[in-house]
Design a binder for this molecule. Structure first.
Ligand SMILES: [Zn+2]
Length: 493
């Protein structure tokens, strides 16, 4: 998403890298976690284990105020450390004592505790803050989505800065408690389980809990007038969905798609192994300025525009597949994005075949034939696309082709053992493309370096042989599979 934004981000990040190297060494945590795509994202020197976010939000004015309590462990001696945040901070406590703080750069909150924190110490950081998220721009954009009835935080890779201070990089996952006070008649939606809700003096508090590790970009908040539905999938997964009461003409198609979440999560469980979280669902807020969906953990964000041409179960399959690929197992660095998008797209192909809307083979043929050798599509490396191309079509479509090439190479039995075993192998953690290669080689017993280099790291159209077990039966000019438009609809994200 936001390709133009990412171009400017990459440029700004380069400038900031120069500044970062000038920061005092020894004792100060670095202002970036060390991701080459986004050098200022995340921070060094500590690891967050839990976020407790307690907010009050007024939909009429978009005023958000609150307190975030972070439990963190210092990974080095720290005289100072950064958080990533964009709203106005009014106070910071570190282990109960007031700390000095300063907003620097685009989204850095520099915190200097009263006393240095020794390596290994478990530390509690309390940040008090307030602001109008929709009025705050960083790197020229605002990730907070204002709606007529409230606001929404759902964006990749940035969203957290507009509603809670964090170590904003998927490499630092943590559990979350999110408690939001909103006027009676308004709902607050977040990740995980709805633990409780209570009303007093005209305000309702909504308490949500995500008890499995979650990347910061997968944390979501939506406040608005929602209709909440609850059920349990036939396989036993608790389902909670939410729909804006103002979806208008998109209401029916949105519900006809997202109400199938339980059924589709069960179908995915059959292919990928146990669903990794305690509940599942999606929400469709009344946002009109964006057209994407995002795999926010356990509670997928869908723009209503996803359903403006009718129901789309393919996008639901894509976002739910991310619960295994992206959410349970998160990228180690943003360059590992193929581990998210290539896999979620391949599950859409499998769903298409299951629904008799085009076989995996037909989809692979279609993608391969749709891009002639001189198409710039083939110059983007799914295995390391660069920040500017992180969400290019090639990451999704060539990424899925790469998986089909792997399947052709190792056979169905080993391939589906890999697909199922990978999320279990790294559940609730992080992994890289190199980790995947090692795992796939272990399970299949075959060297896969050449194959993965060809499909993920070579800037040209690979030879046909790697996708086709029998090129002789390949149609000369593949026809567009019936599912193709729906699959394209999930291109972001
Ligand atoms: Zn995706």
């Amino acid at each position: 998403m936001r390709t133009r934004t990412i171009v400017s981000l990459a440029a700004a990040a380069l400038l900031l890298t120069g500044q970062a190297s000038a920061a005092p060494a020894g004792g100060a945590g670095s202002p970036g976690i060390g991701d080459p795509y986004y050098p200022t994202y995340g921070n060094g020197g500590y690891d967050v284990t839990h976020y407790d976010i307690r907010l009050k939000y007024q939909p009429a004015t978009d005023r958000l105020e609150g307190t975030a309590t972070l439990l963190a462990t210092a990974t080095q001696d720290l005289t100072r450390f950064d958080l990533d945040f964009a709203l106005d901070v009014t106070g910071v406590l570190v282990d109960g004592r007031p700390a000095a703080f300063a907003a620097t750069g685009e989204q850095e909150l520099e915190v200097t505790p009263a006393a240095p924190i020794p390596q290994g110490r478990r530390t509690t950081v309390v940040v008090r803050y307030a602001g109008t998220p929709s009025a705050v721009a960083r790197y020229g954009f605002t990730a907070w989505l204002r709606t007529p009835d409230g606001g929404v935080a759902a964006g990749e890779p940035e969203a957290a800065w507009w509603w809670f201070p964090s170590n904003d990089h998927p490499a630092d996952k943590a559990t979350f408690d999110v408690s939001v006070l909103v006027p009676d008649g308004t709902q607050a939606i977040s990740n995980g389980d709805l633990v409780s809700q209570s009303s007093r003096a005209g305000w309702t508090r909504w308490n949500w809990r995500q008890d499995k590790p979650q990347a910061t970009y997968l944390a979501t908040l939506a406040v608005g007038r929602f209709d909440i539905t609850r059920s349990t999938s036939p396989g036993g997964i608790p389902v909670l969905n939410a729909y804006s009461r103002d979806l208008g003409a998109d209401d029916g198609a949105a519900r006809a798609s997202v109400e199938r979440t339980g059924e589709l999560a069960d179908w995915l469980t059959g292919r990928l192994g146990p669903y990794p979280f305690g509940s599942v669902g999606g929400y469709v807020p009344n946002v009109r300025t964006t057209g994407y969906a995002l795999e926010t953990q356990t509670r997928v964000f869908y723009s209503p525009r996803m359903f403006s041409r009718g129901s789309n179960t393919s996008v639901v399959v894509h976002e739910l597949a991310h619960q295994w690929f992206g959410d349970a197992v998160s990228v180690g660095r943003w360059s590992d994005i193929w581990l998210n998008e290539g896999f979620a797209t391949y599950l859409q192909w499998l769903w298409s075949e299951h629904e008799d809307e085009g076989t995996v083979r037909e989809l692979a043929d279609w993608v391969y034939a749709s891009h002639p050798a001189d198409d710039p599509f083939w110059t983007v490396l799914p295995g390391d696309p660069g920040a500017q191309h992180q969400f290019d079509a090639a990451v999704y479509d060539r990424g899925a082709l790469a998986l089909h090439a792997l399947r052709t190479e190792v056979g169905d039995d080993a391939f589906f053992r890999i697909l199922r075993g990978w999320p279990a192998e790294h559940r609730y953690g992080n992994a890289t493309v190199a980790d995947f290669r090692r795992y796939a080689e272990l399970v299949s017993g075959r060297p896969l370096g050449d194959l993965l280099r060809t499909w993920l790291f070579t800037p040209s159209k690979p030879a046909l042989g790697a996708v086709a077990a029998d090129p002789a039966v390949r149609p000369a000019a593949p026809r567009e599979p019936r599912s193709w438009a729906a699959i394209l609809g999930a291109r972001q994200h």
